[in-house]
Ligand binder design. Sequence first.
Ligand code: G6C
Ligand code: FE2
Length: 352
Amino acid sequence: MPVSQSELTQHFEHVLKLSRVDETQSVAVLKSHYSNPFIVTAAMEASYRLGAKAYAVELPAFNHRTAMGNDLTAYVGHTALTGHPAAQQALMAADLVVDTMMLLHSPEQEAILKSGTRILLAVEPPEMLARMLPSLEDKRRVEAARQPFEAAETFRVTSAAGTDFRARLGQYPVVTEYGFADEPGRWDHWPSGFLFSWPNEGSAEGKLVLDIGDILLPFKTYVRDKPVTLEIEEGFIRRIHGGFDAEYLREYMAHFKDPDVYAISHIGWGLQPRAQWTALGLHDKNDAIGMDARAFHGNFLFSTGPNTEVGGPRNTPCHMDIPMRHCSVYLDDMAVVKEGDVVAPEASRIET
Ligand SMILES: O=c1ccc(O)c[nH]1
Ligand SMILES: [Fe+2]
């Protein structure tokens, strides 16, 4: 459904307040020609309503010859900010950056965060921003799940479809996303509501079987033909087989001619009850980057390719996010998700 400018501006006021925007703060709205003008206006107006000093930093869109489609998460790492120290300074000068361009998975984003500046990504359509308006309750539940994740040494995933995946943890931090940037140097994404970390280098092993209904981003397709089996050894996907969806994935990844595209990247699970597995099917491919799919309650989300944002060695541009249903996720011997239901820690569960 369409969302009015006044409703969207009110939602931005709510989220920027949660992001500690007030009269002591400056807010830079990073935009380009493809930014949603309703979002840019709402971010600026809401900042001024909260007494903050807002300003816009406009950059031309960045395109690369190997990038295909318009999804902002498909080709990551190299952005309009790459090699642009003046614009980076202009953003680091702000207390909060509202990113309507998508800097995620870029070294430049990390440099801005290291300066203490907070970044809030907001590129989804207003309908999704309104439906998954963040709350302190979201933060409480997602942060409750952080603790056992940070303490765990192993991550294991199984499913009736045949998934049997494991990885060692500890080399990389846990990242939470609850929809607002309230701590110095924090990046967050509105809408969201999930958490993830990365396997220790070379430790991801086993089989991931994408069953019918599992989702391939940025393709924005549900697996429909036959299950897709990914065989993983020493942190990398060695074989992809199944039906049409497997062939399409193989062909797409081969296009980048970069062995790092087959690396397993972030792994985690969804905790957002207002995100819907079905929502992706109701949006055109260029409408959204598909945050319902990444955040729906009880998913297992894994990804492939880059790990630059945690100081990892891989800056490959090809990034797949693949949320799966009906999986069981274990941290050491504790199940946090059982066949698609969030079971622990208790404080991360929603009151039903
Ligand atoms: O919110 C996001 C979006 C994309 C991604 O790769 C991670 N988190
Ligand atoms: Fe991702």
